[in-house]
Design a binder for this molecule. Structure first.
Ligand code: AMP
Length: 281
């Protein structure tokens, strides 16, 4: 596996691969890799001939009081995992390389980014859209793989790629969970044993709602109340949102029909965790 730290070198390698007719697959990450990340990389491996993974903890997607400084990092472990899973190139730029002095250009995807996580993290998706656009311009991939775990992020990226005519395919891969159901996340690292046990309720609440719907329940208020009760029962949980939204505009649904995203964000101590289920009613 080759490690590239400079933008110009990454662009040159990408150009050479494209000229040679090799399909370039890309997985952007913030590192501290787990099996969720690795599943995206395996998917990229299956769909392309040159697999590029980036590790960049992107400062512009963190709010002023969020965990940018303390975000978990372990580069040597990450590099080992990447080699095992068949990554060809690790793109590892510094913050100065990505945002040099005088930097002042941003990508703003409207509407979709103000809802759900965007309501409590107002500049988050602007940072995500900006860094992902920059990474697409640097890695020049034919396809990029994102996780369903960050459902809103995947929607925002798809919208941005369509709106700005970015010339690549977006693949969304399923959420990978711990054996007990907790969605894998680098931020699970922050959880104390009590919080880790309590956090199980997220998937349980999503599954409960899904089961209710399968049994014929169509009252969204009833479902949100049931999920809220389950989660509030856990002492360390603080709910940010529980929403039933459509998969076009991410608007709150009045009626359960068609494709429905059940999404939630809940804080457990320092960790703000998100999870979701995409269902057909
Ligand atoms: P991050 O390093 O958190 O920025 O995540 C990088 C990519 O991995 C994003 O596309 C995430 O959606 C994806 N990802 C994170 N956790 C999971 C998971 N548990 N299952 C599948 N994909 C994931």
């Amino acid at each position: 596996m080759k490690v590239i730290k400079k933008i110009l070198q990454m662009q040159k390698v990408a150009d050479e691969a494209r000229c040679a007719g090799r399909k370039v697959g890309f997985v952007p990450t913030m590192g501290y890799l787990h099996k969720g990340h690795l599943s995206l990389i395996r998917q990229a491996r299956q769909l392309s001939e040159l697999v590029v993974v980036s590790i960049f903890v992107n400062p512009t997607q963190f709010g002023p009081h969020e965990d940018y400084q303390n975000y978990p990092r372990d580069l040597s472990r990450d590099a080992k995992l990447l080699r095992q899973v068949g990554c060809d190139i690790l793109f590892l730029p510094s913050v100065e390389e990505m945002y040099p002095q005088g930097y002042c250009s941003y990508v703003d995807v409207e509407n979709l980014t103000q809802l759900l996580c965007g309501a409590s993290r107002p500049s988050h998706f602007r940072g995500v859209a900006t860094v992902v656009t920059k990474l697409f311009n640097i890695v020049k991939p034919h396809l990029a793989v994102f996780g369903q775990k960050d459902a809103q992020q995947a929607f925002v990226i798809r919208r941005m790629v369509t709106d700005l005519n970015q010339d690549l395919e977006i693949v969304v891969a399923p959420t990978i969970r711990e054996p007990d159901g907790l969605a894998m996340s680098s931020r699970n690292e922050y959880l104390t044993p009590q919080e880790r046990a309590d956090a199980l309720v997220l998937y349980q609440a999503l599954k409960w709602a899904h089961e209710q719907i399968v049994e014929g329940q169509r009252n969204i208020e009833y479902l949100v109340q049931g999920m809220t009760k389950m989660i509030q029962n856990k002492k360390t949980a603080q709910i940010d949102y529980i929403s039933f939204v459509d998969t076009e505009k991410l608007h709150s649904l009045k009626r359960l029909e068609g494709e429905v995203l059940i999404a939630l964000a809940v804080k457990f101590g320092r960790a703000r965790l998100i999870d979701n289920l995409l269902i057909k009613v």
